[in-house]
Design a protein around this ligand. Structure first.
Ligand code: PMP
Ligand code: PLP
Length: 478
């Protein structure tokens, strides 16, 4: 494509940590450039011969292209498929050492996919593979943060993202959120009024956010919210970590428990148009580092994902990969590549994602119906989630008989205990508080329910039990 009409990204030298700036290319990987010289005979490198890999072939059964048909096909992945003209990637390549960005074959696929879905509006963007977003987040903190820095996030957020920052000497600070996630004016106010002396830290510039199907709140930022948020990011020169494992778990609009959901998107275009545009898709400056992961759409154990960012940031990230994970497992890479590139193709993958969209829509609707039937509305309220796998139920702490006598945290503990006695497990909201040391406020009493895995009848029964537990705990009549 002609990218010349697009601007170049901004430079981020002033945002990189001392650790990241000090990273150099590994000398051994640098030698690879000489291998392109015609006639070169190599005694360099440390690559073992594939003759000594005891893996001749991997056969993987997967759904055929038309995923709705429940037909399966077997992908035969051989050691020398490239030499035999059967494929662009084979076991002899995938099972050897590769580049810190991941294999050229997989990178080509994720770049194409990113272009189809997000089409970043600047010229010099790129991708590099990660062993999942957990690892990538840790790399990115090291890339941007110094000890003592704050990371900004929603006031409730993915607990692991907070836990990762602690041992690096960093803290999280939460911004007020509503059912569309972080509130841009609250972010602006936090940054405008930041006083480095009283806060004991420089003005923060790194934001960790989950814009779609946020964990734990299920909140999804709408288009206007995203635009406003991006403006604030520009105003304060922020770097945004857009962590989007649930982007493709955006569901059909919720139209009430008594109405069937609108029919599935009929074309790939209709499907792509139904997705809220990503922050990456509006990023003219190259200040968004987007984290994609195959965990929630293909499988968490594949430990494969990728980041998309400006060439400068991608290069720094890749230097870190080289001296740590190197790249995701070659076994994962070749299975994913054979499936996504050579079996399904981009269109087939979009069909799979539509299939997931409809499946999660049905699950969400079952849970919403159960909540409407079984939860006491005088103390429990919620917004039906538009994406992800989490349902965030707000409870009225002030209406609890022990309010004022016990702390909100103690009331939360008591609710969990009562729920467990009734035989249902939900996660207390406080587990996700980004500022773990701050006491829970009355407006912050929540529980998180997951609708990704239980059978439909179990989901309904669990919700009934939760209703019983809440009525007991709040002293309400059956
Ligand atoms: N340690 C030594 C001494 C090595 O020679 C190598 C591979 N060249 C490694 C570690 C890297 O091992 P791995 O592939 O398990 O990261
Ligand atoms: N980010 C968020 C918001 C998550 O909820 C999760 C999974 O629970 C992850 C990242 C982990 O992703 P990965 O499996 O790619 O490390």
């Amino acid at each position: 494509p002609d990218l010349n009409h697009k601007p170049l990204s901004k430079r981020w030298d002033h945002r990189l940590s001392a650790e990241s700036k000090s990273r150099q290319a590994t000398q051994l990987k640098e030698l690879a450039k000489y291998l392109s010289k015609p006639g070169m005979l190599s005694l360099g490198g440390g690559l073992p011969s594939s003759e000594y890999f005891p893996f001749e072939e991997i056969d993987v059964k997967v759904p055929a292209l038309d995923v709705g048909n429940h037909e399966e096909i077997t992908m035969q992945i051989g050691k020398h498929d490239v030499r035999e003209g059967k494929s662009a990637y084979d076991l002899s390549i995938a099972l050897n050492y590769g580049q810190g960005s991941g294999s050229a074959q997989m990178i080509r696929w994720v770049v194409e996919h990113t272009e189809i879905v997000h089409n970043p509006p600047y010229r010099d963007w790129g991708c590099t593979l990660t062993p999942g977003s957990t690892c990538a987040t840790e790399h990115l903190y090291r890339m941007f943060l110094e000890k003592g820095d704050y990371v900004i996030s929603e006031e409730f957020t993915f607990a692991t993202a907070v836990e990762t920052s602690g041992p690096l000497g960093c803290r999280f600070i939460g911004v007020r959120m509503d059912d569309e996630g972080m509130i841009p004016s609250a972010l602006d106010e936090l940054l405008t009024t930041w006083d480095p002396i009283s806060r004991g830290a420089r003005k923060p510039f790194l934001v960790y956010t989950v814009p779609s199907g946020q964990n734990p709140s299920g909140a999804t930022m709408g288009l206007e919210r995203r635009k406003e948020f991006y403006k604030i990011a520009q105003k304060h020169d922020l770097i945004i970590l857009e962590d989007e494992p649930y982007y493709f778990l955006q569901m059909q609009p919720y139209v009430g428990s008594d109405h069937p959901s609108p029919p599935a998107p009929k074309t790939h275009k209709e499907f792509l148009d139904s997705l809220v545009p990503s922050l990456l898709s509006m990023d003219v400056d190259g200040r968004i580092v987007r984290l994609d992961s195959f965990s929630k759409v293909l499988s968490p154990g594949s430990r494969t994902g990728w980041i998309t960012a400006s060439a400068q940031l991608i290069e720094r990230f890749t230097r870190h990969n080289e001296v740590s994970v190197q790249h995701p497992s070659g076994i994962s890479q070749i299975i994913l590549h054979r499936l996504l590139d050579e079996t399904w193709g981009h269109g087939g993958y979009l069909d799979w994602l539509i299939h997931l969209r409809m499946s999660y829509t049905e699950r969400r609707n079952v849970l919403m119906k159960a909540c409407e039937e079984h939860l006491p509305k005088e103390i429990a309220s919620w917004t039906p989630p538009a994406a992800g796998m989490f349902h965030w139920i707000k409870l009225e702490a002030e209406k609890h008989p022990m309010f004022g006598k016990k702390s909100v945290k103690e009331i939360e503990d008591e609710i969990l205990e009562t729920a467990v006695q009734e035989g249902v497990l939900v996660v207390p909201g406080s587990y996700f508080k980004s500022e773990a040391r701050k006491p829970l406020e009355a407006r912050e009493l929540y529980v998180r329910a997951n609708f990704a895995s239980a059978e439909f009848e179990q989901m309904t029964e669990a919700t009934r039990r939760l209703g019983v537990a809440l009525r007991k705990s709040f002293g309400l009549k059956e």
